[in-house]
Design a protein around this ligand. Structure first.
Ligand SMILES: [Zn+2]
Length: 103
């Protein structure tokens, strides 16, 4: 799982293909991420006792990481992620295209 919360990703498959948004939550065990404003479904709920919100509720569904691409913070393009060992021994994510480290 190479994606983190607050990363900007572009959707490459599905209804929101071509759009980009910010990751608000990650699900490493499912290889899925929740992207702000993406993959929104509408739930129609009836007003029943105990349910405060009736009507149409908009809900974001997680997207598979295979269907999103990280947008590089340097070249601003959707890219694949490589890893690089830094001088201090920590691993960093790098953009395959511009080779810059992605924070
Ligand atoms: Zn780049």
């Amino acid at each position: 799982m190479r994606l983190k919360t607050n990363d900007t990703v572009q959707i490459i498959k599905g209804r929101d293909r071509g759009k980009s948004g910010r990751i608000t939550k990650t699900f490493p065990e499912k290889n899925a991420v929740l992207v702000e404003g993406m993959n929104v479904v509408q739930r129609h709920t009836k007003a029943t006792p105990g349910v405060r919100q009736a009507g149409i509720i908009q809900k974001e569904l997680p997207l598979q990481t295979a269907n999103v691409m990280l947008v590089c913070t340097h070249c601003a393009k959707p890219t694949r992620i490589g890893t690089k060992m830094l001088a201090d021994g920590t691993k960093a994510r790098v953009c395959i295209k511009c080779k810059e480290v992605i924070e």
